[in-house]
Write a protein that binds this ligand. Structure first.
Ligand code: X2X
Length: 344
């Protein structure tokens, strides 16, 4: 009892000693935005980051996670602007959702650019990743670390998809970048853009036939319970996540605290990537086995199928390569070609 009291007092004194330089500018709570819930790998990454920061700053920086992009009423394509404006203090955000404001982020959505995890890493952990961080910094946020949502797979309620022609006329929900509309139109589907918040009821009511998302989101949201019983693993794109802080918030912190927040983001992102890749690789198919147990047909593309998808989306790739910036995409292609591919 006495010891606890003593410790509490010592803590208060320590806190007081740290006060003069910065106390006035620190908020009682920092709002961190994510799209999904905290049980998903993405949400766990945000929770780990928050916890590490709270511990390492002795509570000076207290982060609260807001799932469901609730700080922008679920409209995830407005998240980036809200961070820049200070409506949101921090975020772990998907490259897709911020791509309307930062066109370079469309890089990761170029169909079939990244054949394996080593290819994703070659981009995010190399010069391309640094170039994109410089671009984000210019756009008004402070980028700290790369995480991962994952390879986005295709599910639907109608039929197995093995070839592009199987998608003909299928009404598919896609995320908020025009690149996705182009890709799915080229594939012969009927894409419709909506937020994740709207997508789930639309799938449940049958207003749309299918969607594309990483398997962790497919299972975490139990999409097999809303008729999504046909799943195609095609690894056509993967969306990294980015850990960021609003610039003014960043500048309001002491240098020591900035270092702590940055290192905590790096540590949390590393852990998050491990969680995101669990159960969905060749050597660890646990999540796929769980999905199959739900009566879901899992289709893996054969070589001819894969080639057909690549071919039909090539014009979209070429068009968007120019829009994203030829030199950045060239650099990305080179980095991928130089990687050591994942063990197959
Ligand atoms: O909306 C989606 O599909 C999601 C949850 O994956 C993103 O926020 C990009």
């Amino acid at each position: 009892m006495f010891r606890t009291l003593f410790r509490a007092t010592a803590c208060a004194v320590a806190l007081f000693a740290a006060l003069p330089a910065q106390a006035q500018s620190y908020k009682a709570e920092y709002k961190l935005s994510i799209v999904v819930g905290t049980t998903f790998p993405w949400g766990q990454g945000a929770e780990i980051w928050s916890k590490l920061v709270r511990e390492r700053t002795d509570g000076r920086i207290n982060i609260k996670v807001y799932p469901g992009t609730s700080l922008v009423q679920g409209d995830q394509t407005r998240e980036f602007t809200a961070i820049r404006q200070g409506v949101i203090d921090m975020a772990v955000g998907s490259t897709i959702n911020w791509s309307p404001q930062v066109k370079e982020l469309n890089l990761f959505s170029l169909p079939f650019l990244m054949p394996d995890y080593a290819a994703i890493d070659a981009l995010t952990q190399g010069e391309v990743g640094r170039d994109i961080f410089a671009r984000l910094d210019k756009a008004g946020v402070v980028p700290l670390a790369w995480g991962e949502n994952g390879y986005r797979q295709l599910s639907n309620s109608k039929r197995d998809i093995k070839r592009p022609e199987d998608m003909k006329g299928m009404k598919l929900r896609v995320v908020g970048s025009p690149l996705y509309i182009d890709t799915f139109t080229a594939l012969g589907a009927n894409p419709t853009q909506m937020s994740w918040a709207d997508a789930q009821p639309a799938l449940a009511s049958g207003a749309v036939d299918g969607q594309e998302n990483p398997l962790s989101i497919y299972t975490g949201s139990k999409l097999y319970t809303v008729g999504q019983k046909h799943l195609t693993l095609w690894n056509y794109v993967a969306d990294p996540l980015i850990f960021v802080v609003n610039k003014e918030v960043w500048q309001s912190w002491s240098e020591k605290d900035r270092d702590i927040v940055r290192q905590a983001a790096v540590d949390a992102a590393k852990e998050e990537i491990v969680i995101a890749r669990k159960g969905v690789t060749r050597n660890d198919r646990a999540l796929l086995d769980d999905i199959a147990k739900q009566g879901v047909t899992i289709t893996e593309l054969d070589q001819a199928g894969h080639d057909a998808f690549v071919k039909i989306t090539q014009p979209v790739y070429d068009k968007w390569k120019t829009q994203i910036g030829t030199s950045l995409v060239d650099k990305a292609e080179k980095a991928i070609a130089a990687r050591k591919p994942d063990a197959k």
